[in-house]
Ligand binder design. Structure first.
Ligand SMILES: Cc1cc2nc3c(=O)[nH]c(=O)nc-3n(C[C@H](O)[C@H](O)[C@H](O)COP(=O)(O)O)c2cc1C
Length: 200
């Protein structure tokens, strides 16, 4: 078991327990065509309210113009480490249905699709790291995003590299303990704030 594995009261699926968001990606790794398609299929088959599938993705592999443009839209902190990932995927949500009705669940649904992509990356022995630190206006402008769509996140995917390849301040974060709010403060039973009687 890796020291990055989640500590849980009872076992959860290894895909969930062992997923984590690294910043040290192998700059020599390239993503195979089949791997790429499997990531995209994992996202495409996510559930969504009314099966509206409000998500769209802009997908760039390291070395291609889309990757460069998505990378350029990231805040400097994220650019520093994300530039060695093999793939950058910008996730966008459609804001309205064809009949003009606002798709209130679009962000929720798009997050689910991204989560599936990230877990599929892990199933392939890769890692994903989601980011909200990017400039949506820059991304929309450089990649020709039409009105009615909103970029919500960018995901870096790649092969894990040793933490000591990172600059010191990022290295510290890479190896810091992973933490979560306790179960009793997260899941409530009879009323708000009351821990579940059967909880751990
Ligand atoms: C929507 C979203 C936005 C995030 N934005 C950033 C970001 O801009 N930069 C970054 O380094 N990490 C970002 N993260 C990664 C989180 O910091 C990370 O998921 C969290 O600390 C939990 O760590 P874990 O994924 O290893 O469990 C983001 C994660 C999510 C889900």
């Amino acid at each position: 078991m890796s020291p990055r594995t989640a500590t849980t009261a009872v076992a959860v699926h290894p895909l969930l327990a062992e997923r984590w968001s690294p910043r040290s990606f192998d700059a020599a790794h390239t993503l195979g065509d089949e791997e790429l398609v499997s990531l995209l299929e994992a996202a495409r088959w996510a559930p969504s309210a009314f099966n509206a599938q409000p998500w769209r993705f802009l997908v760039g592999r390291r070395g291609d113009p889309t990757y460069r443009r998505v990378l350029d839209s990231l805040i400097p902190f994220n650019q520093e480490w994300a530039r060695t990932s093999s793939l950058l995927v910008a996730a966008l949500a459609e804001e309205r249905a064809d009949n003009g009705v606002p798709l209130h669940g679009a962000a929720y649904d798009t997050g689910l699709a991204v989560s599936q992509l990230v877990l599929q990356a892990h199933a392939l022995g890769l890692h994903g790291h989601q980011m909200s630190g990017f400039d949506a206006e820059v991304l929309h402008g450089s990649l020709g995003v039409p009105g009615g769509y909103r970029a919500l996140s960018v995901v870096a995917v790649g092969a894990l590299a040793p933490a000591d390849l990172l600059p010191p301040r990022l290295r510290e974060r890479e190896t810091a303990a992973r933490e979560r709010r306790p179960v009793a403060e997260t899941f409530f039973g009879p009323t708000w704030g009351t821990p579940l009687p059967a909880g751990p």
